[in-house]
Every structure is written in structure tokens, then in C-alpha cells.
Design a protein around this ligand. Structure first.
Ligand SMILES: Cc1ncc(COP(=O)(O)O)c(C=O)c1O
Length: 395
């Protein structure tokens, strides 16, 4: 029998598996409970918090996508962050995490740390040498990675940091939300992958969901067990929608990635931009590592405007296509102001340490035709430039 590629297996997840009716697409099993076959003899599923046929197809597909042994599908991306921490850590354990990670992850680290359960230490993983030295001294139990980072798209050398993490006995977890298919964390040495499924995996901005994917069966069993114990598992209806989104992940991503390159190329010399953050730029400090460990540079970018917050406001008012909204990875293009939106839960000190300024805007490049995106973003930049000029005249 022909051995098909992993991507084909993901695209065809659950197709032609319905023996009852012969449905091509797997049906949605909303049922919360399942009859026992007979007294004392459960079937494969008994109660949807513990297991559900629709969610199981999605779990297998996401494990296949990342090359892991199994996946636990939970209600939100933050649920996936929480599940991985609670399942892996013991009281007193130490976690090293990126100083510029997603604001919600930062908040859960801070708050669990404040309760005294574990110790969380912020590390700048974009500086491989100093991060490695810090890890050797700290000897954390868990190393948390997120690369490219959010919102400044700093790059971590995943293979190098994972090797040091293992050397000191840590479990290495990577949040791969920004780069499904493009970055293969298990091949780079990571033990556990976390996703906000909400983003590219679902891809249509109509579901909030998370996944914890384990490289080994023992970790996969651990996460499944804790997912049920803590009651974090996702709804079957959401899982059904995500399965639909997942089938087009590869084709959607191709357009997202092409568009991001085209937009960056069109705006990179615009005078309204002070700093443009995109790992595909040769001037980006993480460019070479990104080129080595990613098959593309992703579809997220951010820039800091010369005119600061006023210019950011003018930009947002001037654009029509880029919707002012949190989240990313949907078909529609979005702009976010990290300081007041995605990263508002960080203290001003933490924002400043992470390099988040009032003039910074973050973009999720969608799949609309590139020429429309370029026209719109250029109109926004022209308006931002005018705002900066007015400020200069006043000063
Ligand atoms: C990198 C990253 N990880 C985790 C999350 C949390 O996911 P969710 O919003 O699905 O809970 C997000 C959300 O924006 C994110 O960007």
C-alpha cells in the first residue's frame, strides 16, 4: 500500500471513516456521553470531557502535523499553556521563559509565580550565548520558548537552547503558534509543543482553542490525563470547525507567507517607519537562525513609527483593510497596538524590557490580494508620516 505524506494524512483527517452512513467528512459527535456496551464494559468513549470522537480525530491530526506521539485539545491557547505547566511542574520548580513572550503567557507565569507555586525567571533567548550561560546557572526544570517572539519577532536558536535545556535536565516546551508547518520544533529538540489553535491552525477567526502536543507517548498520556482531571478539554463543535480549517492550512499559509514578503518589500523604506521587524530582512538580528530553522519567515510583522503613539493612531484611522483587533492567523488582515491591546497585561517595566513602545504596531498579514494590502498599508503610513511632521513642526 502506498505510504502517503504526513500533510496528506492531515488534509484527509477522518475522511471516509464513518462506517454508519459512509459520510465522506467525519460527522460531529456532540453527545456528552456514550452507552456502555454492557455491564462493566465501556466503549472507546464514555464521557466527552475525557474523550470525544470528533476531538480525537483533531488530536491525531495535530499530532501528525507536528510529528508528535499525541495531542490534547483544550478550550483555549491559554488552557494549553496552563495544562502544560500544571502537568509538568512540581512545587518549587523553576521555569525559564522569554522576556518578550505573549502577554497572556507572561501573565500566567507572573501570577503562578506570585502565588509561590513555582519560580519564573525571564530570559532573553535571542542572545544564545548569554541565555545558555543563564540556563547553566539557573538549572531550570522547564524551558519555555516562543519564536518568533510576539510582537517584536525576535528569534531563538531552538536547537542550541533545547540542547542546553536538556543538558541541565529541563523539559523544553515551545509555543509554535506563529509557525505551524513552517517550523518543526520536535526536529530541533523540543519535547512539547503548545499551540493557540485559535490562530493559523483554525485560520478563520471563529474558534478559540488550544493544543498541547507531546513528542513521547508518556508525555501525551500525562497531558490527556491532566486535561481530563482539570476539565480543560475543548468542545466537539469547535473541534469540528478546526478540522475544516486545518484541511486548508497549507494553501492558506502559502498566500499568507507570499503576502507578508510582498508587503515588507513595498514598505521597508517608507520614511514613517523607524524600525521594521520581520525575520526575512537580512538586517534582522535573527535572520540567519530563522533561515536555518524555518522554511519561511512567517506572516507576522511589526514596526515602530517615527511619530510614536500619535502616528500609530493616525495609521489605524487611515487604513480600511487592516482591522484593529487582537489575535492573528485568520484569513483577514489585522493590525494591533501591543502596548494597549495584546500586551496590556504586562507592567510598563515589562513592556519596556520587551521593547514594546507606544509607536509599535503589529500586523497579521491575511490572504487578501497583495496589491490591496500594499495600497492600504501605504495609505496608513502616509497618514502616520503627516502626523510625525505635524509633531515636528509643533516641537
Ligand atoms: C503566541 C501565543 N500563545 C498563546 C496564545 C493564547 O491563545 P488563546 O488566545 O487561544 O487562549 C496567544 C494568543 O494570542 C498567542 O499569540
Amino acid at each position: 500500500m502506498t505510504e502517503f505524506s504526513s500533510l496528506t494524512r492531515v488534509i484527509r483527517a477522518g475522511i471516509e471513516t464513518d462506517s454508519a452512513q459512509g459520510a465522506v467528512v467525519p460527522p460531529l459527535y456532540n453527545s456528552s456521553n456514550y452507552t456502555f456496551a454492557q455491564f462493566g464494559v465501556p466503549r472507546e468513549f464514555d464521557y466527552t470531557r475525557s474523550g470525544n470522537p470528533t476531538r480525537a480525530i483533531l488530536g491525531d491530526a495535530l499530532a501528525e502535523l507536528e510529528g508528535g506521539a499525541g495531542a490534547t485539545i483544550v478550550a483555549t491557547g491559554m488552557g494549553a499553556v496552563t495544562l502544560s505547566l500544571l502537568a509538568l511542574l512540581n512545587p518549587g520548580d523553576v521555569v525559564a521563559y522569554p522576556h518578550d513572550c505573549y502577554g497572556g503567557s507572561w501573565r500566567v507565569f507572573e501570577q503562578l509565580g506570585a502565588k509561590g507555586h513555582y519560580t519564573f525567571v525571564a530570559v532573553d533567548f535571542s542572545d544564545t550565548e548569554s541565555a545558555a550561560a543563564q540556563l547553566r546557572e539557573l538549572k531550570p526544570n522547564l524551558v519555555w520558548l516562543e519564536t518568533p517572539s510576539n510582537p517584536l519577532l525576535r528569534i531563538t536558536d531552538v536547537a542550541a537552547i533545547s540542547a542546553v535545556g536538556h543538558e541541565v535536565g529541563a523539559v523544553v516546551v515551545a509555543d509554535n503558534t506563529f509557525l505551524p508547518l513552517v517550523q518543526r520544533p520536535f526536529e530541533l529538540g523540543v519535547d512539547v509543543i503548545v499551540h493557540s489553535v485559535t490562530k493559523y491552525l483554525n485560520g478563520h477567526s471563529d474558534v478559540v482553542q488550544g493544543a498541547v502536543i507531546a513528542k513521547t507517548q508518556s508525555h501525551a498520556d500525562l497531558f490527556n490525563w491532566w486535561g481530563n482531571v482539570l476539565g480543560l478539554t475543548a468542545s466537539p463543535a469547535d473541534s469540528h470547525l478546526v478540522l475544516r480549517g486545518l484541511r486548508t492550512l497549507d494553501v492558506r499559509l502559502q498566500r499568507h507567507l507570499e503576502n507578508a514578503e510582498a508587503v515588507v518589500d513595498a514598505i521597508k523604506d517608507h520614511p514613517a517607519i523607524k524600525n521594521l521587524y520581520f525575520p526575512g530582512l537580512k538586517t534582522h538580528p535573527g535572520h540567519e537562525i530563522a533561515a536555518k530553522q524555518q522554511s519561511s519567515f512567517g506572516a507576522m510583522l511589526s514596526f515602530e513609527l517615527v511619530g510614536g503613539e500619535d502616528a500609530a493612531r493616525r495609521f489605524v484611522e487611515a487604513v480600511d483593510l487592516f482591522s484593529l483587533a487582537e489575535s492573528l492567523g485568520g484569513t483577514e488582515s489585522l493590525v494591533a497596538h501591543p502596548a494597549t491591546m495584546t500586551h496590556a497585561s504586562m507592567t510598563p517595566e515589562a513592556q519596556s524590557a520587551a521593547g514594546i513602545t507606544a509607536g509599535l504596531l503589529r500586523f497579521s498579514i491575511g490572504i487578501e490580494p497583495a496589491e490591496d494590502l500594499i495600497a492600504d498599508i501605504t495609505a496608513g503610513l502616509d497618514a502616520a508620516k503627516q502626523a510625525a511632521e505635524v509633531l515636528e513642526t509643533v516641537a
